[in-house]
Design a protein around this ligand. Structure first.
Ligand code: ADP
Length: 334
């Protein structure tokens, strides 16, 4: 049995179905992400796991044990939220030690464990500081340390990085992933940020209104979206109708899907023996730091192409280019 197992979890609030039969498995030591737009039920799943909300039906198992009637306090689950909720009148060290003291862990062990975890989250120097003297990123590190120090079986993270600015968020994503690997901690993250999910996860569960729309490794989800919803949600995919695509490439497609998804970076400019060929006009071309984003048009159909910028600048508007796509980069959608 998986370390964390949800079986057919349903949640209905006042006749509104918020979760309609969630099945989910997480292995021990894995980093799993629930990814989806706001309101699709991600936090509700975390709350059910933590025992803060009761499922209308279905079962939750953690470490082989049925969680029915098991109180939140004894589930051995940690939670980190977007708001850090630190004790403002306590130092970093005392904030982190709090959970261990509540558990009556001996003083010498408290010190050792707090010192170790502060080292893991790179906050040793801030040990004696108070939360209001720390940056947002540092406060979130304290919140993380406070949850990790009690060694929960599972750590649940509900949009923990959403309030931080982009640069700090990226740094913390990397740190979080490294800490998770180092401690072999089982973590379940909730986020609406695709890039974040791709950067940290072993497995991603993409949700759409109370259901899991697709599950898989980041590379699976990114390169093999099953539906238009996933293709649009996880990337800037070009979604092209079958007749349009056949017109563009001048060939019939074997796949019987009605729509196809093509990643903007899959469109390239050098031919291979298997490439589909499209002659298209560059309608607009803009530089976005390391990426050149070009909108092409052919047969009155527009598509987006993204290439890494190698110092060559944007493409020439109004010029006709030979564009190529490899058949394996054309993904049929349901
Ligand atoms: P997410 O985390 O994906 O943003 P949530 O799990 O917070 O979504 O919420 C899913 C849906 O459940 C939303 O439509 C929300 O309004 C509804 N919901 C959440 N909590 C309650 C509640 N206590 N009572 C009624 N509806 C709720």
């Amino acid at each position: 049995m998986s370390y964390v197992l949800l079986q057919d979890i349903k949640k209905i609030y006042h006749e509104t179905t918020v979760l309609s039969g969630i099945d989910m498995e997480v292995n021990k030591g894995e980093f799993v992400t629930l990814l989806g737009p706001s309101g699709c039920g991600k936090s509700t799943i975390l709350r059910i796991l933590a025992g803060l909300t009761e499922a209308t039906s279905g079962s939750v198992y953690i470490d082989g044990k049925d969680m029915r009637n098991v109180a939140p306090m004894i589930r051995e689950i940690g939670m980190v939220f977007q708001s850090y909720a630190l004790f403002p009148n306590m130092t970093v060290e005392d904030n982190v030690a709090f959970g261990l003291k509540m558990k009556k862990v001996p003083q010498s062990e408290v010190k050792e464990r707090v010192d170790h975890i502060l080292d893991v989250v790179h906050l040793t120097e801030k040990k004696a500081a108070y939360p209001n003297h720390l940056s947002g990123g540092q406060q979130q590190r304290v919140a993380l340390a406070r949850s990790l120090v009690v060694r929960p079986k599972v750590l649940l993270l509900d949009e923990p990085l959403s309030a931080l600015d982009a640069q700090i968020r990226k740094r913390l994503q990397t740190d979080l992933r490294n800490i998770q690997r180092e401690m072999e901690m089982t973590m379940i993250l909730v986020t609406h940020d695709q890039e974040e999910a791709m950067a940290v996860s072993d497995h991603i569960f993409v949700m759409k209104t109370g259901e899991i729309a697709q599950r898989g490794t980041p590379i699976d989800i990114y390169t093999r979206p099953k539906s238009e919803f996933i293709a649009r949600f996880i990337g800037n995919y070009n979604i092209i109708l079958r007749e349009q695509l056949e017109k563009l490439i001048g060939r019939h497609l074997g796949d019987d899907s009605g729509k196809f998804a093509i990643r903007p970076e899959a469109i390239h400019f050098s031919q291979t023996p298997s490439s589909y060929h499209i002659r298209a006009e560059a309608i607009d071309s803009t530089m976005h730091g390391n990426v050149i984003r070009t909108i092409f048009e052919a047969e009155r159909i527009r598509f987006l192409c993204e290439r890494l910028h190698h110092g060559t600048g944007t493409l020439q508007k109004g010029k006709i280019y030979d564009c190529f796509i490899e058949p394996e980069d054309v993904v049929g959608l349901k």
